[in-house]
Design a protein around this ligand. Sequence first.
Ligand code: AMP
Ligand code: GLY
Length: 431
Amino acid sequence: MKVLVVGGGGREHAVIRKLKENPEITELYALPGNGGIARDAVCVPIGAKDIPAITAFAQEQKIDYAVVTPDDPLVLGCVDALEAVGVPCFGPRANAAIIEGSKVFAKNLMKKYGIPTAAYETFSDLDEALGYLENAPIPTVVKADGLALGKGVIIAQTREEAVEAVTEMMQGKKFGASGERVVIEEFLEGPEVSVLSFTDGKTMVPMVSSMDHKRALDNDGGLNTGGMGTVAPNPYYTDEIAERCMKEIFLPTMEAMNAEGRTFRGCLYFGLMLTKDGPKVIEYNCRFGDPETQVVLPLLESDLFTVMRAVTEGRLAETEVRFADRHACCVILASRGYPEAYEKGFPLEIPEAVCDSVYVAGAKLIPARQDKTGGAELLVTNGGRVLGCTAVADSLEQAIRDAYAVAAQVHFENAYCRSDIGQRALKAAAQ
Ligand code: AMP
Ligand code: GLY
């Protein structure tokens, strides 16, 4: 079978590696993929948001199945477009991807169906938002309505910061149209848990839980990033909490989307906070998390392609989804300076012995030169987050040690990683 994966980050690399375990897949394409993914799939230089080019490629190549993983194409209707030309897909249609595409939609859905989340107000008028902030409890959280590369959330510690955030979003158009509406919500406290789930709209199968490390520096200092590392499972997520989440959050969300005529089929990501009043939803994503996927999929024992097709065809209830009772850790190697300014273009060395433990996020291949210098093909860094090093082991401690051992073998100039990925989880597990 011919399968294409839309996207080109570490998450897509992890999905592709897992898909490759299925011998039925004879040709695997990544659009656009990246220089590291090129080892595992044929990379085609078509951008993940170029939906007409993606559908044209799928038709020309007679693609049998497509996996759409990034938020932008999902929200833009990539699945709808592929289905319209007869290509079955893994991923929600645009009318369901809105659960991530609009925070106002997500918050209103939760309110309507009684799904626990932070109390909130939504605004499309700047003066009204500023008026509300005069008496809002501080700290408060300001969120741009639409997609903003994970940067549209401001935790304001003072009233002034909140006013500045709202003004920048609504008047300064810091996030373009994404900030025309804002959500201002209650500040919640407690450990965070990511739970990815498979759902076909009838059945909901949560995957192993995980913990992201969003801040750039050790001890959760520095700026928010796309994620500097992950561990799975998340020790805060006990069986008792899992049961409660299923009953109070996961199933009600699936049913709410059905009731709205927006059946969600694909991977629904629950960003949860375990507050003293119980688990609450911080965010929904309409896709696999990055870098959560790089620890969750290595623990999946069942065949990913089989599970994905069952989701598409509404057969998830009859399909086994089994995870290993082990631990995984992923350490991200980034370019120094990320998430602000950083340099790229440095040669990247990934020894053969650790290739299978590395998921490449930001790298490109410089083709071999035909000129007199005869330079060989070269892999160079091409992004803030360059790659993730994942290890699976019987204990969390060992998984952390092994992931850092892999990271120590990968070299590029200006490489940076946090040194404490998994430490908070280790402490929590020891309690
Ligand atoms: P997001 O971009 O929606 O994932 O949010 C980024 C981060 O902001 C989350 O992972 C949380 O750590 C934090 N956050 C979002 N909403 C809240 C909230 N209501 N209370 C406290 N922290 C929050
Ligand atoms: N790691 C968080 C996300 O994928 O949005």
